[in-house]
Write a protein that binds this ligand. Structure first.
Ligand code: HH2
Length: 262
C-alpha cells in the first residue's frame, strides 16, 4: 500500500509559502511537470489563498488563474487534477475541463458544491474548518478536538453520499481554526477519524503550527517538520498527504509505507 501524494500548485499572488512564484501559464505548467516527475499522484490547483487574513477573490479572477492550468494539465493526463476551490462555479468549469477531484476547504458549506461534484462524477475532499480564513482563528476552541471534528464532518459526508458522490475523502484541516496543540493532537489521534469510513487526506506542508517548535520560524525551515508530520499521518492512517515538497515527501513516505507493510 502506497500513501498517495497531492502536490500543491498555487497560482495565486498571495499564498503563504508559494504565492506569486508561478505568474505565467508556462511557469505553472513547468512546476506541475516537476511535481509529477517528483512523484505526485494528484496535482491540486488553487487560485485563492486560504491563509489567515487572505483577501477573497471573485469567481472570474479565480477562474482566470486556474482554468488554463487545469485544461493543460488534464490534457497531459500523467497525474490526476484536483481543483482547490470553495466555489461551485469554479469547480464546474474545472471539472468540465478535465479535473476529477474537488478539494473544498469549506467542506461542502455551499450545497451546490455536492450537486456539482455529483453531476460530473468527480470525487470530493471535505475539509474541516470553522469560520472563514479571515475569522477562523477566533474559532479554535474545542473540548475534544478530534471528536468535534468527526461530529462536524459526519453530516457533510452524509450530504456528499446522498448527492451520489462515490469518492468521498475527509481532511481534518490542519491549521484551519486549530492551535498548534490541536494540530499535534489530530496527527496523534488521526485513526479515530477512520470511523467516518472515508480515506483521510492531511495537509501539514510548511504550516505555521510547525513554527511553535524550535528552528522552524521561517517557512523555508519547515521541510523536515513537514516530512515528520507526513510520516506520522501516514502511519496513523492517512491515504493522501498534500505537500509542496513532493520528492522529499516521496522518500520519507517510502519509509513509512515499508514500515506499514513489514
Ligand atoms: N491547506 C491549504 C489549502 N488547501 N486543502 C486541504 N484539503 N487540506 C489542507 O490542509 C489545505 C488545503 C493551505 O495551504 P496552501 O495551499 O499552501 O496555502 P494557501 O491557502 O495560502 O494558498
Amino acid at each position: 500500500m502506497c500513501t498517495r501524494i497531492m502536490g500543491i500548485l498555487n497560482v495565486t499572488p498571495d499564498s503563504f509559502s508559494d504565492g506569486g512564484i508561478y505568474p505565467t501559464l508556462d511557469a505553472a505548467l513547468d512546476r506541475a511537470r516537476r511535481l509529477i516527475s517528483d512523484g505526485a499522484d494528484i496535482i491540486d490547483v488553487g487560485g485563492e489563498s486560504t491563509r489567515p487574513g487572505a483577501e477573497p477573490v471573485t469567481e472570474d479572477v479565480e477562474l482566470r488563474r486556474v482554468l488554463p492550468v487545469v485544461e493543460a494539465l488534464a490534457e497531459d493526463a500523467r497525474a490526476r487534477v484536483s481543483i482547490d476551490t470553495m466555489k461551485p462555479g469554479v469547480a464546474a468549469a474545472c471539472l468540465s475541463a478535465g479535473a476529477t477531484l474537488v478539494n473544498d476547504v469549506t467542506g461542502l458549506r455551499d450545497p451546490k458544491m455536492a450537486e456539482t461534484a455529483a453531476r460530473f462524477g468527480s470525487g470530493i475532499v471535505i475539509m474541516h474548518m470553522r469560520g472563514t480564513p479571515a475569522t477562523m482563528r477566533q474559532h479554535a476552541s474545542y473540548t475534544d478536538v478530534v471528536a468535534e471534528i468527526k461530529t462536524e464532518l459526519e453530516p457533510r459526508v452524509n450530504l456528499a453520499r446522498a448527492a451520489g458522490i462515490q469518492e468521498v475523502i475527509v481532511d481534518p484541516g490542519l491549521g484551519f481554526a486549530k492551535t498548534p496543540a490541536h494540530n499535534f493532537a489530530i496527527l496523534r489521534r488521526l485513526r479515530e477519524i477512520e470511523s467516518l469510513g472515508c480515506p483521510i487526506l492531511v495537509g501539514p506542508s510548511r504550516k505555521s503550527f510547525l513554527a511553535s517548535l524550535p528552528g522552524m520560524d521561517r517557512i523555508e525551515d519547515r521541510l523536515e517538520g513537514t516530512l515528520a508530520a507526513a510520516v506520522i499521518a501516514a502511519l496513523n492512517g492517512a491515504s493522501i498527504v498534500r505537500v509542496h515538497d513532493v520528492l522529499e515527501c516521496r522518500k520519507a513516505l517510502a519509509v513509512a509505507d515499508a514500515v506499514r507493510r513489514a
